[in-house]
Design a binder for this molecule. Structure first.
Ligand code: MRU
Length: 356
């Protein structure tokens, strides 16, 4: 399946990382492994295939994989005679698919809570409804946090971003790229510098693709170029996404984010993190407790089927790193801005949530 068949993406964009078919019987995923060369959608009718697609990075980015998992559970709930235990096992399989992004486990827990509270004959409908609500809330939340973050982007700024925290990584608007979109929509002129983001090249393959599609000026650099750009005064601010934010404000995000944070601090530039509140994990006291996914060394030693290293070369591939809270200037969430970044600010927003 190549072009997005139907329905129009829930976000209103012209493409979508993840959708549920109108009949609720298939999860539609844009195969991000093929971008930028080919815009190809997969239609999956088996919930376990969605779990495999998450591990294989067909769909990636913390909020997008949470939405995909919610849709997979909605799909599972349609199975004739499926038990709550079987849905819970599916939930565990989905949550294991990528361990660092807490949005995945968060969405699974939310869906299983609805499943537990639903009569058998209403479970499938209620889960489809809940999954679509998660997707819709993600888009609305991204727009809100994007608008809050855009206030910190000055007219004419050059913004460095790392990995892809855009429409492709979310329900369809973006967190870090949501800030950039909102700044542009507020009439600010800006340029984006995108780290290519080895080894998976999310910056080169995905961020450049979606910003160019939106007509936002973007320049791609090798990851190693960032230092000299800061030193030359070319970067005004940094905005990245997050896979998990600990209770003390430590931020896990794509490998290489920590190096960028160190450069931003050294060169006295703000380092902003944009994320929905579902990325905050108050059960994790600090970044030291965040599980860091180790992916196959082959993603480092081979690229597009070509060997980049001698046969037998050993390699390590931690997919994420942790930036300590003290290096983060502010966190933009849909509930408000956390600044200074630390336990008090995050707990304050969580309290507002529970009192609302
Ligand atoms: O391995 P990926 O591509 O899933 O990593 C994605 C990131 O690190 C993103 O910055 C993060 O998930 C935030 S997406 C809004």
């Amino acid at each position: 399946m190549s072009a997005l068949p139907h329905p129009a993406p829930l976000s209103g964009a012209s493409y979508s990382a993840v959708e549920l078919a109108p009949a609720g019987d298939r999860v539609i995923l844009l195969d991000q492994r093929r971008l930028p060369g080919e815009e190809r959608y997969l239609e999956l009718a088996e919930p376990n295939d969605v779990a495999r697609a998450v591990s294989a990075m067909v769909v990636r980015g913390a909020p997008a994989i949470g939405i995909a998992a919610a849709y997979a559970l909605a799909l599972g709930a349609r199975r004739t005679g499926i038990t709550l235990e079987a849905l819970e096992e599916l939930g565990r399989e989905l949550a294991r698919a990528r361990p660092t992004a807490v949005n995945l486990a968060w969405a699974v827990e939310l869906m299983l809570g609805v499943a537990r509270a639903s009569p058998n004959d209403e479970r499938a409908d209620r889960l489809a409804h809940q999954a679509r609500a998660i997707h819709r809330a993600d888009v609305a939340g991204n727009r809100r946090l994007g608008a809050l973050g855009a206030e910190r982007v000055q007219d004419g700024a050059t913004v460095l971003t790392h990995c892809n925290a855009g429409a492709l990584a979310t329900g369809g608007y973006g967190t870090a790229l949501g800030v950039i979109r909102a700044a542009r929509d507020a009439g600010k002129r800006l340029r984006v510098v995108a780290d290519e983001t080895r080894p998976w090249l999310q910056g080169a393959r995905l961020t450049a693709w979606e910003l160019m599609r939106d007509g936002i000026e973007v320049e791609l650099v090798a990851d190693a170029a960032a230092g000299s750009l800061f030193a030359g005064g070319s970067i005004d601010l940094v905005v990245i996404g997050a896979d998990r934010i600990a209770a003390n404000g430590d931020v896990a995000n794509k490998i290489g984010s920590y190096s960028v944070a160190c450069l931003a601090r050294l060169h006295e530039r703000p380092f902003y993190v944009a994320a929905p509140f579902s990325t905050v994990d108050l059960a994790c006291a600090s970044g030291a407790e965040i599980p860091i996914e180790e992916r196959s060394p082959e993603e480092v030693t081979r690229l597009a089927g070509v060997d980049l290293a001698p046969a037998g070369a050993r390699a390590r591939n931690p997919a994420f790193d942790v930036t300590p809270a003290r290096l983060v200037t502010a966190i933009f969430t849909e509930r408000g801005v956390v600044e200074p970044v630390g336990a008090a600010g995050l707990a304050g927003l969580a309290r507002e949530l529970s009192e609302a």
